[in-house]
Design a protein around this ligand. Structure first.
Ligand code: DC
Length: 223
């Protein structure tokens, strides 16, 4: 079968990456977590005290950032490297979640990340999740999914995930962060989060992981 590009966009903590990984595994495609790129850039900016209101400083910093994805055979997952350092775990921290949407709203940051994302999709056979993948990164993708779920369900899912790593995190903190990120992501000037006209909505509030996978694979079969 001809290799395709599958884009999965949507609100924070909808389970985009879970679905994307499942599909990539079944299809033998590459899975790319575009949000991890914005998170890694945010980590670099924080470590190097980059003032995000200073364009020159931001542009200079981007020149010193190299991002790669590497497959970890042990966990069978793709992991992100920032200048050669595996930061897959560090970028999931609340400190990053609190800053990432502001960093991702910067035009130069988006141009930097989008160029790399498009390069990764050159050979097709890729599932990429994010916010602007179907609208900006791969507007001609063969299958576009826009995921959504009830905010209460999303908060619970993300809280469980974060609590395992940090028992000090509170449900209010997680809820505020998700709502604020969704607001910034969908209201920024450069490629805001929105459903592509030809994307199919997948609301997984009441779906199991198996059911959402079946729904998505069925969409792909029809392509
Ligand atoms: O998917 P995630 O929660 O790891 O993404 C982190 C942030 O990165 C998210 O709040 C918005 C930003 N992002 C983006 O602007 N565009 C993308 N394609 C992916 C993520």
């Amino acid at each position: 079968m001809k290799r395709k590009i599958i884009t999965i966009d949507g609100w924070s903590s909808c389970g985009k990456s879970t679905l994307a990984k499942q599909m990539a595994k079944i299809l033998g495609y590459v899975y790319i977590d575009s949000g991890a790129m914005y998170r890694a850039i945010t980590l670099y900016f924080l470590r190097n005290s980059i003032d995000i209101t200073n364009n020159e400083m931001v542009e200079h910093a981007l020149q010193n950032i190299s991002i790669e994805f590497k497959h970890n055979a042990k966990s069978n997952q793709s992991e992100i490297l920032l200048n050669g350092e595996n930061v897959e775990y560090l970028i999931r921290d609340m400190i990053i979640a609190e800053k990432v949407s502001d960093v991702a709203a910067i035009k130069e940051v988006r141009e930097f990340a989008v160029a790399q994302q498009q390069q990764l999709g050159k050979k097709k056979g890729i599932v990429m999740d994010g916010r602007d993948i179907g609208t900006t990164v791969f507007p001609k993708a063969e299958l576009k999914i826009f995921m959504t779920a009830d905010i209460t369900v999303r908060v619970e899912r993300r809280f469980k995930e974060m609590f395992e790593k940090n028992p000090n995190v509170t449900i209010e903190e997680v809820k505020n962060n998700l709502e604020l990120r969704d607001y910034i992501d969908s209201n920024r000037e450069v490629s805001p989060l929105r459903k592509a006209d030809d994307a199919v909505i997948l609301d997984n509030t009441n779906l199991t992981m198996e059911e959402q996978l079946e729904f998505a694979m069925h969409l792909l079969d029809k392509k």
